[in-house]
Design a protein around this ligand. Structure first.
Ligand code: NAD
Length: 342
């Protein structure tokens, strides 16, 4: 049983903690909270032990929020740390984790250099076997990498041009926007996403444009991929249909043509927090003309990296050497779907 600690119990940390609790080959030893807020209370209600920075002891005691020990106590008891602190903070913790001889899983807000490898389950699980550290790439990068990996198995990719209409904030982020604007993010090309995709897929020809929009629900990607040779729409649909963590939505049949309706479906299906772990490809947008492939997909930023974190634990700890067995186990535990939504 691999013992895992979560440092940073926010949007990503809480989802990964709950996903670990569903596995039979790993367990959550504790989570780090820096503030005695509602997320600390919910962690306790879920049965996770809380560890805190030593200097926060009085604050937690004054607020009456129980804790099991200090961060160092947790680091002593675990094999792997999931760092889900805000972007850039993980790098500051790295030397502390190393002092405790831990394997480390960082998130996409860190620079690629923080870890041995930028990780995606489809692409480089085997390279991550036994590694000291990986960085699970961001939500947008994970969404792009999954589909580009599928296309690259059909035919060589010549170039990728993608527009990312990204959510302005997560639902809980009361201080972020935009509220009434579409903001070029950044006002230049490429956005950092193209560079980040290369940390996983190598030196492919990819350029991205990103625009922040006033929604909290999902990102939307418009991809234009040029293949080396002609491909057919049928083979693209077939390849997406048989890949885990990718679902196809037929808008003309289901009526789904927006991120809101994808989220509503997730609610109707009883998904916790309406989490959508899958790339949601709008089937009717798949357009193939010779070597050119166009399609639109929706990506739920809060959820999509959860399964990748679980697979990364298995790869680093060597408890499962076969990527597809780990992916299958993770997906079964989280109820992750594939194929066409019918
Ligand atoms: P978040 O702000 O929701 O959570 C971060 C948590 O870390 C908070 O609970 C915060 O209190 C805690 N924290 C802050 N400073 C800390 C410290 N010094 N020590 C320990 N804990 C500390 O952030 P998030 O959205 O979960 O993002 C975490 C990481 O995941 C980032 O690298 C981010 O880029 C990445 N990521 C975020 C998303 C997303 O859409 N939210 C998607 C994919 C990847």
């Amino acid at each position: 049983m691999i013992r895992v600690g979560i440092n940073g119990y926010g949007t990503i940390g809480k989802r990964v903690a709950e996903a670990i609790a569903l596995q039979d080959d790993m367990k959550v030893v504790g989570v780090v909270k820096t503030r005695p807020n509602y997320e600390a209370l919910s962690a306790l209600k879920k049965g996770f032990d809380i560890y805190i920075p030593r200097e926060k002891e009085k604050e937690f005691i004054d607020k009456g929020v129980g804790f099991k020990g200090f961060i160092e106590d947790l680091l002593e008891k675990i094999d792997i740390v999931i760092d889900a602190t805000p972007g850039g903070v993980g790098a500051k913790y790295k030397s502390i984790y190393e002092k405790y001889g831990l394997k480390m899983i960082f998130q996409g807000g860190e620079k690629a250099a923080v870890a041995d490898l930028s990780f995606n389950s489809f692409v480089n699980y085997e390279k991550a076997l036994g590694a000291r550290s990986v960085r699970v790439v961001s939500c947008n990068t994970t969404g792009l990498v999954r589909v580009l990996w599928v296309l690259s198995r059909i035919n060589e990719i010549e170039s990728v041009r993608a527009v990312i209409i990204r959510r302005g904030a997560d639902p809980k982020e009361i201080d972020r926007g935009p509220i009434n604007s579409l903001v070029l993010d950044p006002p230049s090309v490429p956005s950092h996403h193209a560079l980040d995709v290369k940390t996983v897929l190598g030196d492919i020809d990819i350029e991205t444009v990103a625009i922040a929009s006033p929604t909290t629900l999902m990102h939307m990607h418009v991809l234009n991929v040029r293949m080396r040779n002609n491909v057919s729409k049928e083979e693209i649909i077939e390849a997406f249909s048989r890949t885990p963590r990718i679902i196809l939505v037929d808008s003309s049949r289901t009526g789904i043509k927006s991120s809101s309706e994808v989220i509503e479906l997730a609610r109707d299906l009883g998904r916790k927090r309406y989490d959508v772990y899958e790339n949601v490809i709008f089937k009717d947008t798949i357009y193939v003309k010779g070597r050119e492939v166009i399609f639109v997909q929706a990506i739920h930023q809060e959820a999509i990296v959860t399964p990748e974190n679980i697979d990364a634990i298995r790869a680093l700890s060597l408890i499962e050497k076969d990527p597809w067995r780990s992916i299958e186990k993770t997906d079964k535990s989280l109820g992750i779907l594939s194929g066409e939504i019918r």
